[in-house]
Design a protein around this ligand. Structure first.
Ligand SMILES: Cc1ncc(COP(=O)(O)O)c(C=O)c1O
Length: 515
C-alpha cells in the first residue's frame, strides 16, 4: 500500500499507543472512501515515521497555554503538533503526513533530519560539545575556511553567532565602530530581527510594540515594491513572472528603480540633517517576512553607491536568501550584482541548528578589538560541524541547482493563477525556492485579502497536506520556502492543493458576490 494512504488511514485510527481498533478502522475506511475525491494524491515518501508516544495533544496544548509565552502564536486554529520530520516531510502526532513547503521559516535547507547531519551531530556530541571561544578547536577554523570559500573579494573573516538577530546586531556594531557614524538605514517592509537594535531597523508596524521607545539612529527608507508601489511594470523584476502593468524600461535602465531611488534620497532631504552620515544600510536581497518582495532591478546598486558616498557600509541580510535558496546564485545579493561590506547569515546555515554568522573584511572585523566582545555559544564545535555538513550536502546533492530547476518550474505553474483567479491572486513573484503569492480582494485597488478569508485558504491548504507560510504587512501573502530538496512531484502536488483551495474560495465568495 502506498505510504500516503497508509499514513492517511493511520490518521485517526491509531490511538496514542499505536493500536488500531476494528470499529475505528472500518469507520475510517468508510470516510476515507467517501472523501477520496477531496484528497489530492500526495507523492510517496518511502519513510515510515515512528509512533508518537508522548504527552497527549490536549495536555500539551494546555501546558503551552499556561507556561509558554503567549507571544508564540500558532499558525492554525488548532495548533499543529509535529512529531517527526524527514527530508521535505513532517508528521504530526497522529501520523498525518505534511509536505513542508515552509521549511520552518526558510530554515530547513537540506531537509529534516538529514542522515549526514544526524551522524555528524552524534559523532561530535560524543567527543566535545562546548569549550567557548577562550580555547581553540579545529572545527571553528575548518568551518570558517569552508564558509569563506563561498565568498569573494574582501569578505574573508567570519564571526559565528547563534541567530540572525545576533548576526545583524553585531553587523550594526561593527559598522558603527568602523565608520564612527551612528545611523543605520533600512527599507520599509524589511525584517532584521527581534532584539532592540534589529527590531528598530525592522520597518513593519506589526513587529513594533507600543509604549517602547525605539533606540535612536534607525531610519526607514522607501518600500520599492513594483507590484503595489507607484512605479514598476513588466520589465522591472528579476523574476520569470512580472507585474501586469506595462513599463518603458530599457536594458540596464529601469525607470522604477530610479524613481524609488529618488524617494530613498528624499529621506535625507526631509528626515535627517543635510550632513547626516551613515554607519550602514541594511537590506534583504528579497524581503522575506515582508512577503517575498523583490526590488526593481539596479535599485540596490544605486543605493549602495549613495550610501558609500555618505560614508556608510552596506550590509546584505542573507538570513533567508542565502545558501542557494534563490537558485541562480548561492547568495541573494549576487542577483543584484552588488558587493556588500558585511553579510549576515542564519536560518538555512544550520538546517535548524541555532547558528548565525557575520562575514566581513579583516579591516572591519578588527574594530571589535576596541573593547572586549564575547559570545558564549557562538562557534561551538557542534554548530561548526553542522554548518560544515550543510555546506557539503548542498554541494553533493546539487541543491542550489535543484532550487533553480524546481523553483522556476513551480513559479511558472503558479503564474497560471493570475489568469485563473484574477479576483483573488494579485501577484506571483520570487526566485528559486523563495516564492510569494499575494492574495487580494480587489484587483484594481490591490486591496489585501481580509484576514478571515486568508485564514480559510491557509487552513484548507494545511488540511490537504501542505504547509506554507504567510507574510507581508497584512499577512496576505502565501510564502513558499521549502527545504531545497523538494521534487517536481512535490511542486505539482503543492500547485494542485493551492489551486483547489483557491477554487473553493472563489466558489464561496467571488461567485456569490458576482465578482
Ligand atoms: C531576513 C531576516 N533577518 C534576520 C532575522 C532574524 O533571525 P533570527 O530569528 O534567527 O534572530 C530573520 C528572521 O526571520 C529574517 O527573516
Amino acid at each position: 500500500m502506498p505510504l500516503n494512504k497508509y499514513v492517511r488511514m493511520n490518521l485517526t485510527c491509531t490511538n496514542l499507543s499505536g493500536c488500531m481498533s476494528l470499529k475505528c478502522f472500518t469507520m475510517q475506511m468508510k470516510s476515507f472512501t467517501n472523501g477520496v475525491k477531496d484528497f489530492l494524491k500526495m507523492p510517496d515518501c518511502g519513510y515510515v515515521p515512528s509512533t508518537y508516544r508522548g504527552k497527549n495533544y490536549e495536555e500539551t496544548k494546555k501546558a503551552y497555554e499556561l507556561i509558554v509565552s503567549p507571544s508564540l502564536k500558532s499558525f492554525y486554529k488548532e495548533p499543529l503538533m509535529i512529531h517527526e520530520g524527514r527530508g521535505q516531510w513532517l508528521w504530526d502526532y497522529r501520523g498525518k503526513r505534511y509536505l513542508d513547503m515552509f521549511g520552518g521559516v526558510a530554515t530547513v535547507s537540506v531537509g529534516h533530519s538529514h542522515p549526514k547531519i544526524v551522524a555528524a551531530i552524534s559523532e561530535q556530541a560524543s567527543k566535545l560539545n562546548h569549550v567557548s571561544s577562550v580555547y581553540m578547536h579545529t572545527h571553528l577554523y575548518e568551518y570558517a575556511e569552508k564558509l569563506i570559500g563561498k565568498f569573494s573579494g574582501k569578505l574573508r573573516v567570519v564571526y559565528l553567532t547563534n541567530s540572525g538577530s545576533e548576526a545583524n546586531e553585531l553587523a550594526f556594531l561593527m559598522a558603527r565602530l568602523y565608520t564612527r557614524n551612528h545611523n543605520i538605514v533600512s527599507l520599509r517592509n524589511g525584517y532584521h530581527g527581534a532584539t532592540y537594535g534589529t527590531s528598530a531597523s525592522t520597518a513593519m508596524s506589526t513587529w513594533k510594540y507600543p509604549f517602547v521607545t525605539q533606540p535612536s539612529g534607525y531610519l526607514h527608507a522607501v518600500f520599492p515594491d513594483v507590484y503595489k508601489g507607484t512605479w514598476g511594470g513588466s520589465k522591472c523584476r528579476d523574476s520569470i513572472i512580472q507585474v501586469g502593468r506595462r513599463c518603458n524600461c530599457r536594458d540596464e535602465e529601469c525607470v522604477a528603480s530610479e524613481k524609488y531611488f529618488q524617494e530613498f534620497e528624499e529621506l535625507f532631504h526631509f528626515s535627517s540633517s543635510c550632513t547626516c552620515s551613515l554607519a550602514a544600510f541594511v537590506a534583504e536581497s528579497i524581503q522575506g517576512i515582508g512577503g517575498a518582495v523583490q526590488y526593481p532591478k539596479y535599485f540596490l546598486q544605486k543605493v549602495y553607491n549613495y550610501v558609500r558616498e555618505k560614508g556608510g557600509l552596506c550590509i546584505a541580510d542573507e538570513v533567508q536568501t542565502g545558501f542557494g535558496r534563490t537558485g541562480e546564485h548561492f547568495w541573494g545579493f549576487e542577483g543584484h550584482d552588488i558587493k556588500p561590506d558585511i553579510v549576515t547569515l542564519a536560518k538555512g546555515i544550520g538546517n535548524g541548528f541555532p547558528l548565525g554568522a557575520v562575514v566581513t573584511s579583516s579591516e572591519i572585523a578588527k574594530t571589535l578589538n576596541s573593547a572586549l566582545h564575547f559570545n558564549t555559544f557562538g562557534g561551538n564545535p557542534l554548530a561548526c560541524v553542522v554548518g560544515s555538513t550543510v555546506l557539503d550536502i548542498i554541494e553533493e546533492e546539487g541543491l542550489q541547482q535543484n532550487a533553480q530547476t524546481v523553483g522556476t518550474y513551480l513559479i511558472n505553474r503558479f503564474s497560471a493563477f493570475l489568469s485563473e483567479f484574477p479576483n483573488i491572486v494579485g501577484d506571483i513573484r520570487g526566485k528559486g525556492l523563495m516564492i510569494g503569492i499575494e492574495l487580494i480582494s480587489n484587483s484594481e485597488m490591490k486591496k489585501p485579502l481580509e484576514t478571515e478569508r486568508m485564514l480559510e485558504i491557509f487552513e484548507d491548504i494545511k488540511n490537504m497536506g501542505v504547509l506554507v507560510g504567510k507574510g507581508g504587512l497584512h499577512a496576505n501573502v502565501l510564502r513558499i520556502k521549502p527545504p531545497l530538496c523538494i521534487t517536481k512531484e512535490d511542486a505539482d502536488f503543492t500547485f494542485a492543493v493551492i489551486k483547489r483551495a483557491l477554487k473553493k474560495h472563489e466558489d464561496k465568495y467571488c461567485k456569490q458576490s458576482g465578482t
